[in-house]
Design a protein around this ligand. Sequence first.
Ligand code: SDX
Length: 403
Amino acid sequence: EKGLRVQDKGFLNTAVIRSEITYIDGDAGVLRYRGYPIEQLALKSSHLETAYLLIYGSLPTKEQHKFFEGEVMRHSVMHADAEGFFRSFRYDAHPMSMLTSAFSMLGSYYSEANPSLQGQRLYTQGDAASLATMDRQIYRLIGKATTLAAMAYRVRQGRNFVTPPTGLSYTGSFLYQMDHIGEENYTPNPVLEKALDVLFLIHADHELNASCTTVLQTGSSLVDPYSAIAAGCASLYGPLHGGANEAVIRMLISIGSPQNVPAFIEAVKRREKTLSGFGHRVYKTSDPRSFIVRKTADEVFKVTGKDELLETAMALHDAAMKDEYFIKRKLAPNVDFWSGLIYRAMGFPLDFFPVLFAVPRVVGWLAHWRQMMLQEGGVKIWRPRQVYVGAGKRDYVPVEERQ
Ligand code: SDX
């Protein structure tokens, strides 16, 4: 095998790219987007301003921010015939399977975006025309992510679709499309609008997590960005990744009350159960985002009232944090442990939670995709090797001679 050896299971210790986008120090619990600490951005920035930073590398000037936000919001409208696409799903289809398919469907509207049709160097040559084409797809994907998610939600709720309103913020428009049931001058609750914006911001990127790696693996074949984003969305759907925020709530409901926490902890230690929302491949201390989510939850509960699962979540958190089994394995809360409590309090259906992870993560996926397309020396297809440990050469045996 030419000296090949299996480096590690699950890329445990493998770096496949150099990146300037997001920095994580898993031991110190540090997360920075383009050098800016996540705590500062969560407090002072907005999701779309941070999206600009992640994608283009610097905080936007007032004009750049206005133009970028204007383009994203302008592109948030969906073609009316996409309604037929969503209506083709069963009403109770999981919204993540609808969203994953929708990203791929979206690409079929824009032949200008397809390197197979426009030439494979469409995104890699870096000239003004190809950068402008790349930017238009970025605006469309970020702008339409909320609209596609809202369309999936309306199918689940058996409601008609709603055209994205003008004049609202990114999360305001999203909440309008989710909640709008016909009242005229709908204005989203500012506390919930801001809380969702903070949650979107801290979910925007996280370097080479499983879904981002999937986007880059797929994008390395120079497929269009819609197909690469659809692949990333499929990866995020899994309960070990973005599906964990839904799994945490299902876990808390099954525990039922703080009194049942000790028995649950013992079941986890016997490996009969998983403590969803705990543990992380990189963070070996608390995920810095979990503190921001926890604080945001208190803001939201002031408006919505406390979620009855909060007591159980706090009891579970405190019990795990002082238990040797978790301390020894460096297991601490990750971004998913508290976020589901906020989404529940805001009235989102449980299976919609991973969608609320995917919508903002489109930004990080695009930032890494753009970085790969424009990297020095062009794009090399990602094609790892294996170590073959199967059968040696053997001859075919006719079925009559097999026992
Ligand atoms: C996200 O990568 C990213 O950056 C992802 C993310 C992002 O922003 O993109 O941060 C978002 O996906 C957060 C993670 C959400 N997933 C969960 O909360 C699911 C529960 N967590 C585990 O499945 C697990 O911790 C992972 C998948 C998150 C990490 O798995 P690893 O790095 O492969 O760790 P591991 O499975 O090798 O665990 C090491 C040990 C093992 O014990 P031993 O076999 O060595 O005795 O810790 C144990 C595991 O059994 N362990 C857990 C546990 N997580 C790990 N035991 C109980 N409960 C858990 N949650």
